[in-house]
Design a protein around this ligand. Structure first.
Ligand SMILES: C[S@@+](CC[C@H](N)C(=O)[O-])C[C@H]1O[C@@H](n2cnc3c(N)ncnc32)[C@H](O)[C@@H]1O
Length: 348
């Protein structure tokens, strides 16, 4: 896949920097933009990116590979009939983000792009006045404000599948902010057949010291970085059906056959998952838009199964997180965890 090129000329600063922006503090959106070859960045952003590149020479390459992954995943989702996208932490426009990728498609898609950084929002709104597309300022850490935003209600129909895209952003959410709980709220808002796209910076044993230095650089930004282990990242996919090839380096997610020589990027992991079929017990997402109304969260009852396994399920924070199958007619379903049947659930 070809990499986006740095544009030859950008607009004058005054045309795209909203009033009141602090140009002396770097932000991740602008650092990323610089790494990708964009022009929506300031000296402080470029300095941070250059420093990161000196510590971790793959910094720029990793940003490009991340965007190449995004390109593949958006095509893949379109190929599966997905036409609605909730893109959170969307980044600056112009260099292969979800917005640009959707613009290139012949399909009629609807999308809401959300970002915390006012420069991203201001510039995106400037260049994307398209029907069916909204760019809003929002904070991933405040899911209900995003889900209840008028632009989201106007553009996205949560009675049909939606792709929730959370790429390159969850590692800017601290454990204290409960990233798993945040994601659960988005999951609850979607119906069966929706998709969840995640990518996340991974703390790896081999490179831990260098990555830690890079991570520390982001303490200068308003959104410090939090690398996590692959096991911690995998837990964010609980309750979804993880699809092939699983949680893998971005470069290994359905790689383009022409990209044989691309160096692996094990510090950036990615996964795509699908919302499993109907769950018993009136859980969120069982029916059109139920998650948004926040009703009917009754916990299913485990009635059969080896006692130790059922107990294990009972201790779990969300024992009903991975229930298969079912169609609405079935009265019981197997309860799975870690690919194992841990009990049988009867519909209350
Ligand atoms: C590395 S960029 C990723 C851009 C794009 N999602 C991609 O995958 O290429 C991270 C983006 O997340 C945004 N961001 C960081 N923390 C956020 C938060 N709490 N809520 C919403 N956006 C956030 C940043 O402003 C930045 O634009």
């Amino acid at each position: 896949m070809s990499r986006p090129q740095r544009p030859q000329r950008g607009p004058a600063l005054r045309e795209w920097v909203p009033d009141g922006i602090d140009v002396t503090t770097p932000t991740v959106a602008r650092v990323y933009d610089y790494a990708l070859g964009g022009f929506h960045n300031f000296v402080v952003d470029r300095e941070l990116a250059e420093q990161a590149g000196r510590i971790w020479p793959d910094f720029t390459q990793a940003a490009h590979e991340h965007r190449a992954f995004l390109g593949r995943v958006v095509q893949w989702l379109l190929g599966r009939g997905i036409r609605q996208f909730l893109d959170i932490g969307s980044g600056l426009p112009g260099l292969g983000g979800v917005r640009e990728l959707l613009q290139l498609t012949a399909h009629r898609t609807r999308a809401v792009h959300v970002d915390l950084d006012p420069v991203v929002v201001a510039h995106s709104q400037l260049v994307h006045g398209m029907p069916g597309v909204r760019v809003i300022r929002g904070d991933l850490r405040d899911p209900q404000t995003i889900l209840c935003h008028p632009a989201v209600a106007e553009v996205l129909d949560f009675a049909s599948p939606v792709a929730v895209v959370v790429t390159g952003v969850l590692h800017f959410v601290a454990d204290e902010d409960d990233p798993a709980g945040i994601l659960q709220q988005f999951a609850d808002a979607t119906v069966t057949g929706s998709y969840f796209v995640l990518s996340h910076a991974a703390a790896l044993a081999g490179d831990a010291a260098r990555l830690e230095l890079v991570r520390q650089l982001f303490d200068r930004t308003p959104t410090p970085m939090h690398c996590r282990t692959p096991e911690q990242i995998a837990r964010f996919l609980d309750g979804w059906d993880l699809l092939d090839p699983g949680l893998v380096p971005v470069t290994a997610w359905h790689p383009d056959p022409d990209d044989e020589d691309v160096p692996a990027q094990p510090a950036l992991l990615a996964a795509v998952a699908r919302k499993p079929p109907l769950r018993p017990g009136g859980r969120h997402g069982d029916g059109p838009g139920e998650g948004l109304r926040g009703e009917g969260r009754s916990r299913p009852r485990l009635v059969r199964g080896p006692r130790d396994r059922v107990r294990a399920a009972g201790r779990d924070r969300r024992p009903d997180a991975a229930i298969l199958p079912a169609d609405g007619q079935q009265t019981s379903a197997l309860v799975y965890r870690d690919q194992r049947v841990i009990g049988v659930l009867d519909r209350p």
